[in-house]
Design a protein. Structure first.
Length: 102
């Protein structure tokens, strides 16, 4: 059974597409994230501030789309993206609390 993950697509005031994820991203549901990112050829702001867990399968998706992602994370996930090296490939914004724009 897949781990709960919700993905909501929206448009930011600056015109950029945003994908907001909430829940956990793991081996059971990483394909949902991959499909949502593949649905647009445009750059995407990916808001992960409501994601509580991200495993290597989720990181694999982020690396595959790194050239067109801008990621927003909470302090919980920021070290994971930093240690993995993703912060060297894409722009990562850290928020202190909850969802938000960089």
């Amino acid at each position: 059974m897949p781990t709960p993950l919700s993905l909501i697509r929206s448009q930011r005031p600056d015109g950029k597409q945003q994908l907001t994820a909430a829940g956990e991203i793991d081996m059971s549901n990483y394909n949902s994230l991959a499909k949502a990112l593949e649905a647009s050829a445009e750059p995407v702001v990916l808001d992960l501030t409501s994601v509580d867990y991200l495993d290597s399968a989720g990181l694999m998706v982020l690396f595959a789309h790194a050239e067109r992602l801008e990621v927003i994370v909470s302090p919980l996930l920021e070290p994971v993206l930093s240690v993995s090296g993703l912060t060297d490939l894409t722009t990562v914004h850290r928020t202190e609390h909850g969802q938000g724009a960089p």
